[in-house]
Design a binder for this molecule. Structure first.
Ligand SMILES: Nc1ncnc2c1ncn2[C@@H]1O[C@H](COP(=O)(O)OP(=O)(O)OP(=O)(O)O)[C@@H](O)[C@H]1O
Length: 321
């Protein structure tokens, strides 16, 4: 599934495939990342996310398929495209006995497209952007993991970027570090930068992304806006009412297959699964009310992305933040 409105794409891959000697790590990937989106690249460990990101950035060659990054072909137009892309992949190596600021100066020196004259200013701005100004002159070995990760993101922000590619930016972080990184990503997107962020945590993607793609065993199983992905799943409607027979009749007439909730004399209502193309919850509620069914409770459940993804991949996802 792709986004309904054909927006200009920041990343587009066609049939992208990577084979390691015996193993197909990525198979026929057609990825469409709209500009301005915060795009979550979700999948369990080993599903091919890092391999895909490495191909996108020209760090490894695709076995077959095409990549367009910011309208340039990769890796053909790598030299023109990469200065517009900030990346955090496998965490940059920092010198522990240099300060955060000194580390960024060093990394900026290595970037030939980065003007020397503005270096100090840009380093200070990047540290400020990630909330590390107060720790700029502390040695990197004294940084927490979350601070190191933010320093890595600051490195990606030393130059103005149209696209940020972040591979598992909150991997290994405690909940506080995870929150810091998450809110930082939200604020980057507010500036209009497209952010492509991988994670194996569904909750993280749900909290910060506008779009997502799901990988399973090297294949893309779905992509789209979070609303599209949610809407494509089944839901379960549960009604609490004393008018059980009437409610069963109404739901049946809507094409659903309702069943009573509760046992014997303790039937408290009815419930029914609503398929993705079934009536919307508000239609069900209105039909019940119009038919004079007295509602004590009306719940819609199962509209979670987790259910949807488990349906699609047959795998559970880590949901903990
Ligand atoms: N250099 C390599 N040589 C051989 N196999 C590899 C290599 N790199 C990755 N793989 C394999 O390709 C598959 C996809 O790995 P990849 O690292 O892309 O997954 P991932 O979704 O990023 O997982 P993780 O979150 O654990 O990094 C895995 O089965 C992995 O073992």
């Amino acid at each position: 599934m792709t986004s309904a409105a054909p927006a200009p794409l920041a990343i587009e891959t066609t049939g992208l495939t990577k084979r390691f000697s015996k193993q197909l790590a990525v198979q026929g990937l057609d990825l469409a990342v709209p500009r301005g989106s915060v795009f979550g690249f979700l999948g369990p460990n080993g599903s091919g996310k890092t391999t895909t990101i490495r191909m996108l950035l020209g760090l490894t060659r695709a076995t077959s398929g095409d990549i367009r990054l910011l309208d340039g072909d990769m890796p053909g137009q790598l030299a023109a495209v990469l200065p517009r892309v900030g990346a955090l992949v496998e965490g940059p190596a920092f010198y522990p006995f240099l300060t955060g600021r000194q580390n960024l100066h060093r990394l900026d020196t290595a970037d030939r497209s980065a003007p020397t004259a503005t270096r100090s200013e840009r380093v200070a701005a990047a540290l400020d952007r990630v909330g590390l100004s107060h720790a700029a002159d502390k040695k990197a070995h004294a940084y927490s993991l979350g601070m190191k990760q933010r320093l890595g993101i600051a490195n990606a922000l030393l130059m103005p970027r149209d696209l940020l590619v972040l591979d598992e930016p909150s991997n290994g972080l405690d909940p506080q570090g995870t929150r810091e990184v998450r809110s930082l990503i939200g604020s980057l997107a507010d500036d209009g930068t497209t952010v492509f962020v991988s994670s194996h945590l569904l909750s993280e993607i749900e909290q910060m992304c506008s779009h997502a793609a799901v990988m399973s065993a090297g294949r893309l199983v779905t992509q789209g806006t979070l609303e599209e992905l949610r809407a494509a799943g089944r839901q379960r409607v549960s009604v609490t009412t004393p008018d059980v027979d009437a409610a069963l009749g109404v739901l049946g007439r809507l094409g659903l297959d309702p069943e009573p909730r509760g046992h014997g004399e303790h039937v408290t209502g009815v419930a029914a699964d609503v398929p993705a193309d079934g009536p919307a919850a508000e239609i069900v509620a209105k039909a019940l009310v119009d038919a004079g069914v007295r509602l004590r409770g009306f719940e819609v459940a199962g509209a979670s992305l987790e259910d949807r993804f488990v349906d699609l991949t047959g795998e559970g996802f880590d949901v903990a933040g």
